[in-house]
Design a protein around this ligand. Structure first.
Ligand code: TNX
Length: 782
């Protein structure tokens, strides 16, 4: 598989583990050990380590008080894993007076004094283990912590006939979550995941103390939940004709020609929900409405505004055909939800609500009539009416809705919980209005985004959400006062699967970022510490290996911050782990490499690439093209768009650095305007020989090369003379460098007039719309 493309990393990891083990407290020494030494993630609230250990072997008993109202047995998961790893099951008794259980005891005490239901105390002493909690949930988490403390999962399952005993390091801790809602999401519409994988996903989630599994079951590309009253959802909506190959902005579009699909039977769903419940995980189903409904419409075209025919989507994005707010549609959705409620005991039902284009509703007589009849403002009002009607239906059945932040448009349903994904603004607005909020901003919580430099990673949707970025996630935005903050229930990581076709790839994208998120949601912000986390993390990678998780090692790739000077570059290398040396070189053939430490400022002079790597990482490079532009000031008749402003505004165009293929990278500036003019001005007149203009050609993303570029020069005053001109021609896709000769002669100013096409030509994606123009560099050569 592509995911483990760097075998040297494995070697590196073993070195790392050795290092981390030596550094930390498997056997705490005289120096006061720090909390991190016990490598628990998420980090517990209070932890005191003691130098001794408790032995768990075949003579060990568990005595657990009864937790009467408990909906699950908190021992079971621990017992099962323990048995697989040890070759025997720990005996248990509810009876405090049980004679056999006197020695060698794991005591589970019911302590109503512990306020939070998920909180616990865990004490490991030489003579036994004492767990105290008010609820079964707390006991469950104490046992997950114990499991990590024992490093139960590092070793493979035991062979038949043998047994293992375990030395558990002594410790005293008090622990409980910072937020009550700690979620992970999985999209199974774009790519369906096997039941066994869904269970493994839930296993890991619970291991890291997440308590919500948001299951995205329906979308344009496939309906994945069996609904008995609507058999065509299984026969038709669960399948798509074929699937887009490559990135959806690539052009021309390619498809694999293979029918794809499937669904979970109600039996499988019940099984998964019960499996999750054993792990204190609530499964929240999502049934998307009114948008992202194309698969459902393909089976029941009468639920759309135009009547169809429709087909489940074969590519990604947002589609105009959505549920039409007719009585038949509401009846359909209510019937569907009736079955959903039967399957999922969760109080919350997610009804989607995101990305619903209003195109069809605008030209639909029924919709327009309904807007008038109900006295609604517009189509946003109609969306709000839609959601409120569904909310009322579900509230009457004792359930609460969650919707993506678009449900704010046109007015929020009275009891809705908002899931804020387009940044935190929607969440802030909802919290201020007294609604509950779950924070899941793309910036920190989108696990489908790249986790390292895209040119070194398997294909993903875009963006960049590094492990460190995820770790820095704070669900409560600063903009909220204390009162409004109370409405933030917590946060969630989202795993959309457009570019995640397999369980292996899902694990690669989710881990280890999910561990960072777990800590952001569980551990008090005062105790979060990135450097210390990375040391603990190295132990968790071992645990993940033991659990056969195909996690990513991308966070170990070194990164570099570059700033350009007139004669070269200033580089600052960075590694995720502290105290790692970075090697850099101008010429790898020469074998000469310099050393640098994280954060050290390294000047390099002259043109050409700079290569860099750590001891066991692959080699990366930055490319530098020094030019006269660096000494110029730059202005433009229109600023680049807010969406694509460049890492350093217009200066991005004269920093000597070119962008890679991803237009949302910081090396690109993007415009979506009519003709615009860029002017470079120097303090002194200078001789110019040629100009190199870096442009992006990506028709699939509506980014075209301009129709015309005119370059003019001035040697002072306001007069410009024409120097050269470039006319549009067909070039291949990706970054293109246009090189033009400039007539010699000193100039103090150069002016580029860039003329984009007024509209995207017929035959290209987005035909008729205004195209984008992307520039990454304007290099003037002497
Ligand atoms: C936006 S997040 C979507 C999903 C996509 C995702 C890709 C949200 C509510 N809608 O339909 O899969 O972006 O990152």
């Amino acid at each position: 598989m592509v995911m483990h493309a760097f075998p040297a990393f494995n070697q590196f990891l073993s070195v790392l583990f050795l290092f981390a083990t030596l550094m930390s407290g498997c056997s705490p020494g005289k120096d006061a050990p720090v909390d991190g030494d016990y490598n628990i993630a998420p980090l517990p609230v209070v932890m005191d380590t003691i130098q001794s250990a408790f032995l768990i072997d075949e003579s060990t008993w568990i005595q657990m008080d009864s937790f009467d109202e408990a909906t699950f047995d908190p021992l079971e998961v621990f017992q099962d894993v323990f048995e697989r790893k040890s070759g025997y099951r720990i005996r248990s008794t509810p009876d405090r007076k049980d004679k056999q259980a006197k020695e060698h005891l794991i005591l589970v005490v019911r302590s109503p004094g512990i306020i939070q239901p998920e909180a616990y105390q865990l004490r490991v002493k030489p003579f036994g283990v004492i767990i105290s909690a008010a609820k079964a949930e707390g006991v469950f988490y104490a046992l997950q912590t114990l499991r990590q403390l024992m490093r139960l999962d590092v070793l493979p399952d035991i062979e038949e006939g043998s047994t293992r005993s375990w030395a558990v390091p002594a410790v005293e801790m008090r622990d409980g979550p910072a937020f009550p809602y700690r979620g992970l999401h999985l999209d199974v519409s774009r790519h369906m995941m096997p039941v066994e994988f869904v269970k493994k996903y839930i296993d890991l989630l619970a291991y890291y103390k997440f308590n919500r599994f948001h299951w995205h079951l329906t979308d344009d590309q496939g309906w994945r939940i069996e609904i008995k009253q609507y058999p065509k959802l299984q026969e038709i909506a669960a399948f798509r004709k074929e699937t887009r190959v490559g990135h959806y902005s690539s052009y021309p579009e390619k498809y694999d020609g293979q029918r794809y699909g499937g669904y979970y039977t109600q039996q499988e769903i019940r099984d998964i929900v019960a499996y999750a419940a054993q792990r204190n995980v609530d499964v929240i189903p999502e049934i998307e409405m009114p948008g992202h409904a194309l698969a459902a419409l393909s089976a029941y075209p009468e639920l759309g505004c135009t009547g169809g025919p429709y087909e489940a989507a074969t590519t990604w994005g947002v589609f105009e055909d959505v549920f039409c707010p007719k009585e038949t549609t509401f009846k359909f959705l209510e019937n569907v939800l009736d079955e959903v409620i039967e399957l999922f005991p969760s109080t919350y039902i997610h009804i989607g609500g995101d990305e619903c284009p209003k195109t069809r509703w605008k030209s639909c007589a029924h919709c327009q009539g309904l807007i008038r009849e109900k006295g609604l403002q517009d189509e946003h009002g109609l969306q709000s009416y839609f959601i409120q009607r569904i909310e009322k239906y579900l509230n009457e059945k004792g359930r609460q809705i969650i919707g993506w932040d678009e449900i704010l448009e046109g007015g929020l349903a009275p009891n809705a919980t908002v899931m804020s994904w387009r940044g935190t603004q929607g969440g802030i607005e909802a919290a201020n209005a007294g609604h509950q909020v779950i924070m899941t901003p793309t910036s920190h919580c989108y696990l489908d985004y790249y986790q390292a430099d895209p040119s070194t990673e398997p294909l993903a949707i875009g963006g960049l959400t590094t492990l460190e970025k995820v770790y820095s996630f704070q669900p409560i935005p600063e903009a909220l006062d204390n009162k409004a903050s109370k409405f933030i229930l917590g946060g969630q990581g989202n795993l959309w699967t457009e570019y995640i076709p397999t369980p292996e790839q899902a694990e690669y994208m989710a881990y280890p970022r999910a561990i960072a998120l777990a800590e952001a949601l569980w551990t008090d912000p005062d105790r979060q510490n990135w450097n210390e986390f990375t040391v603990r993390l190295s132990h968790h990678l071992e645990l993940l290996d033991g659990m056969n998780v195909n996690y990513s090692k991308s966070f170990l790739k070194p990164t570099v911050d570059v700033s350009a000077k007139s004669n070269g570059l200033n580089l600052k290398f960075k590694t995720a782990l502290p105290r790692q040396t970075i090697f850099y070189s101008r010429d790898t053939l020469s074998g000469v490499w310099g050393n640098a430490m994280t954060g050290e400022s390294i000047p390099v002079e002259g043109a050409g690439p700079v290569y860099y790597r750590t001891e066991h990482s692959p080699t990366f490079h930055v490319n530098y093209q020094p030019s006269l532009s660096i000494g110029a000031t730059i202005t433009a008749s229109f600023s680049p768009s807010e969406q694509y402003p460049g890492g350093d505004g217009l200066n991005t165009l004269k920093d000597g650095l070119s962008g890679n293929r991803y237009h949302n990278g910081k090396d690109w500036c993007g415009w979506r305007t009519d003709r615009f003019v860029i002017t470079l001005t120097w303090p002194e007149p200078l001789e110019v020989d040629s100009i190199l203009i870096g442009l992006l050609n990506s028709p699939g993303a509506w980014i075209l090369l301009p129709e015309k570029i005119v370059v003019e020069g001035s040697s002072g005053g306001s007069d410009f003379t024409m120097l050269t001109e470039w006319q549009h021609k067909e070039l291949s896709q990706g970054r293109q460098s246009v090189s033009l000769d400039l007539a010699d002669g000193p100039v103090t100013r150069l002016r580029l007039t860039i003329e984009p096409f007024k509209a995207i030509p017929e035959g290209l994606p987005g035909a008729g719309a205004r195209p984008w123009t992307f520039l990454d560099e304007i290099a003037i050569l002497p």
